[in-house]
Design a protein around this ligand. Sequence first.
Ligand code: MOS
Length: 750
Amino acid sequence: MNTATKIGIGSALSRVDGADKVTGRAKYAAEYKVDDLLYGVAVCAKIAKGKILSIDEADARAVPGVVDVISHLNRPKQAWLDRNWKDELSIPGEPFKAFHDETVMFAGQPVALVVADTFEAARFAASLIDIRYEEEPHNIDFAASLDEKFMPSHLKRRNNYHPPKNRGHAQQAYDDAPVKVAADYHLAPEHHNPMEMHASTVEWHGDGKITVYDKVQGSQGPQAYLASAFGLGKKNVRVVNAFVGGGFGSGLRPQWQVQLAVMGAIHLEQSVRVVMTRQQMFTHAHRPECTYSVRLGAEPDGKLSAMMHDATTSTSRFENNMEDIVIWGMMAYDCPNASGEYAIAPRDTYTSADMRAPGAATGMTLFEIAMDEMAYAAGVDPLDFRLRNYSEVDAMNGTPYTSKALREAYQEGAARFGWDKRSAAPRSMKEGRELVGYGMATGMWDAMFSKTAARATLSADGKLEVASASSDIGTGTYTVMVQVAADTLGLSPDRITATLGDSDLPEAPVEGGSWGAASTGAAVQLACQSVAKKLLSAAGKLDGDPFHGVNGIEGLEFADGAMIRRDNPDVRASLTDVMAAAGLDKIEVEETAGPGIGDMISMARKSRNTHSAVFCEVRVDEELNQVRVTRVVNAVAAGRIINPKTARSQILGGVVMGIGMALHEETFADTTLGRWMNHNFAEYHVPAHADIHDIDVIFVDEPDPEVTPLGVKGLGEIGIVGTAAAVANAIYHATGKRVRSLPITIDKLL
Ligand code: MOS
């Protein structure tokens, strides 16, 4: 057994889909070759609110190659007949239905689809469509919308919203506190712009069935959604999302291009592709704008005595998108008196939506700036201040955590960063013409687990396929599946194929919430364990029955393509020999992992969260106010790490997005026209290579057998949480200027 080698859980395996991606073999939604394909280009509304009076299509229809113009006037009759349809993460309210009627609810709303036999003809013809509107008064100004803010009482709880739970007497304690901080914080709206724009290729099979290649974060949710919205029946809709060029939450809901593509295919009884333009990416999912008022009270030694949180985020007029904004600080810190208020404010835009660590990336980040302010107010080092208020338990719910190695993350992060070299006073560190600042913040996210099924098929030649309808939005699901299978059955990764991203595969949820690795990993493990059990019984057919008396697969080691007796490692048999002896050409099993199945949590009320400690160095040009984020150390406590290489990539990406949140990303509202102004990459800034310098990622040891079957907590989102606060806090330390509104653009530092 000591000769056994394993490339399994914990090894830094390179992405198994990496070569396919860089060579172009990996196909994305708009790249599938389909016969007789038509191209649809959407025409978007130029007003924010009102009614369509007329659509003049004559010039467009005269363009050679144009096949049809589809709008509410001639859309297929069956669309939107099903009043029960919804998407997988449906937001309370009335979901947007493209071409439902003449109503316009937001600027950029698709109001017509020009379909042609080439993309170029469709695009040109779309520019010739002339639409007359009757405009109604609109408001997309967040500040003005606050007059209408509300908390829908019937929505106090939904799957991913948790109302704040107050404790003690926050107002009284705040009034009595010797040290106080009271300030308002703001986060600008940010529009989703993953590399791959939303795209759908709908293949019309002619027998009532369609295959939809879609840029979306799950296949089976959209399958049910499209079947219901278009009255097609689930068996007639197959959704494929084998490769996804970044999701971040933009593809949790199917977006409007798939509505249009399916509508076009049904209407014309032909295959249709619709791809959003980069500008049209600004017509849908965006992180809500947020205003967050914080009051903190502390003793002179920096022990928190009161915290009051009050936040509002933006939503649309037709749906109530709610996020967990205020609960993070209430959970994270030991403080006897805490209160939280949360509301949403409607405006005439598309509905805001989940974007990487929705709620926490906003709420925890803004709150961590307030925590920094309190550390200065109390005259305590910011890290020391957080340690003084460290909570071993979930302080809001009063429940223990399955694990919380945040203390270790603070320690290891601070040591790696060199936090002890920080001089306390703002504006006290300088090099050349640059002011140097050190800042830090805490991050926190959920460690979730979603019911997921997987199938494992071992062939007589010793090759294994593991399959699940899970998705890989760039996070590494393919690789995780291969590693878990390799680990469980002792096979070399090159003998294993992972298949995912197809609604025909075993049931799996949308990929989101950072639950992918924990959930799909657990399902693959269960399926492979089930294969192992079948191998053990098949081994009874081996000459001399060498595994006789082995009591279950716990008595076996799987390595080097063989099964090995733990009580006598000299007894081993290759999996192919076992299958040959039993005359099996394959072993195929499907298993479902879910809460309550190999998951202790359901029985013990515990909180499950990931934590992080983010340390940041900025250099600010004293004359130009240009900010450079020169170093970030992000120390993460996320349970067991399946693959340190792909895991590190997730945190790097989260940090980059956090730097964008701190310094760059912001969509500006033109309140007169009711449109987003900077709907392109020239004016909507995201970090470029020159903006990113050293990023160091640490995973602290956090064994947690309880949190999920594999001990995995998930990593897709924690990297962004707190990062922008660490940057903002470092800028304060460098410059002595406290900016409470993100992003911190140069003008705010003047
Ligand atoms: Mo993520 S915002 O759950 O895709």
